[in-house]
Write a protein of this length. Sequence first.
Length: 542
Amino acid sequence: MAGKTGNHKVVEQLLADGITHMFGNPGTVEQGLLDALRDYPEMQYVLTLQESVAVLMADGHARATKRPGLAQIHSSPGLGNAIGAMYQAMRGHSPVVVIGGDAGVGYANLDAQMAADLVGMARPVTKWATAVLDERSVLRTLRRAVKVATTAPMGPVYVCLPADVLDRLNHETVFPSCRIVPPAAPAAETVARIAGLLAQAQTPAIFVGDGVAYSGAQPELAELAELLGAPVWGVDSGELNLDTTHPCYQGQTGHMFGESSLPITKRADVVLVVGTYMLPEVFPEVGDIYRDDAAVVHVDADPDAIAKNHRVDIGVTADPKATLRAIVDTLRASVAPAWAVEHAARFEALRTGRREPVSGRSVVYRAFLEALAAQVDDDVVIFDEALTGSDLLTHYLPPRTPERFFQTRGGSLGVGIPGAMAAQLAFPDKTVIGFTGDGGSMYTIQALWTAAHCAIPAKFVVLSNRTYGLLQNNIDQYWKTQGVAAHEYPDSFSLTNPDIDFVALATGQGVDAVRVSTPDEARAAAAAMLASDGPFLVDVVI
């Protein structure tokens, strides 16, 4: 180990933590670290053309692999580019480790070119941000960063690695970071109280977030929901927390306006919240969201999520999987046969009361999805950013299996293309398809070059409605709340004059592409996309 600089030891430490992909954009102050990569072929460097793409790919890779994702970015300008993507990772509790360069500690007092308070810039969008100032603490700091990123509640971290610190000889020992075991199930008496409330409920409801997926609690959630005959609602979820074809699954609560969620949250006499806070909306309800007589139970590995905004009667900081397992076992051991019969009938009522399929909308997109659904198997991986088309997408390709469906979260546009590419690297033997809109895709369209350059055979579907469609939906609601009559949408929503030529953008970066505007073209494009052994883009005009 003697004779190695910090540049080499950083790579060895990352490899010791099981990190094999570095998503990055190079800069002069990182050149020593990047030069050292040639000695470690097991570390794959994925070159991106802008730092936001690097962080979004690290985010997507972390979500797909359930391991820390690594982004390498430039100093102050690069960190500025990455801030929005880091915010996305923070809102989604994604364990992303961002390492950024700096000219050196020795230049800190000279106001050198690109000098900035890098830690101060990163702090609002990270779980932890720091700079390494001494060569004796390079690996120590990296291990702490990985530990912090992967400990519940997970989140991104930022580590500034000054060039002069890394250029010095490093004598630290490489060993894996500590991983913190999440808290186990609560005490038996607490579980009994929760089970008792649920057993007595007449109109129970379960609200779940991505904490369910993070703990692998999907089987326990399904079993509990079936046992109670209780509806399950997703709360701004980006992971698959319950098979969307499950009879108990009712969809998502409102993403934008709290008043849309109130009819759902006020329906239950006993509320069980698992793995989310209530409620992560853009314009959340400020008043009470539950019935006055409702009992509210909240289970989460993140204590900050419990009773964050609204009343909770029993709050449990524990592993959701272990806790739900304990609740199910306690219920099964304590309820009478008549109770089981009654609640089985509730479950059957949910099964027969499933909502009608979605209707209307673009016949071209519908034809594309019909053809796609007929040709892919259940193992296809979907990364969905095109929220205005999600209802049709999940109707034709219903998410059923964990780690096969990912959706944007956090509000940042431009997630779909980098996310699909990262998922493809995580699942090299599977078909991975990213869905995005024409507006969202333009935030990170240069990622297509990386797909071609690195031979990442992900597929991309761009829904071209030539506008920011979600903004149209939201301003419709805004006009209603303000008592304003509907009128033409603001010119700033339009993506025309000229229309964006996605085929030219894709082929100019080495990615095959087709544009479809009729059902027949859409069906042919689905077949061509799936037959391609490289990256492929379909521009669906809707």
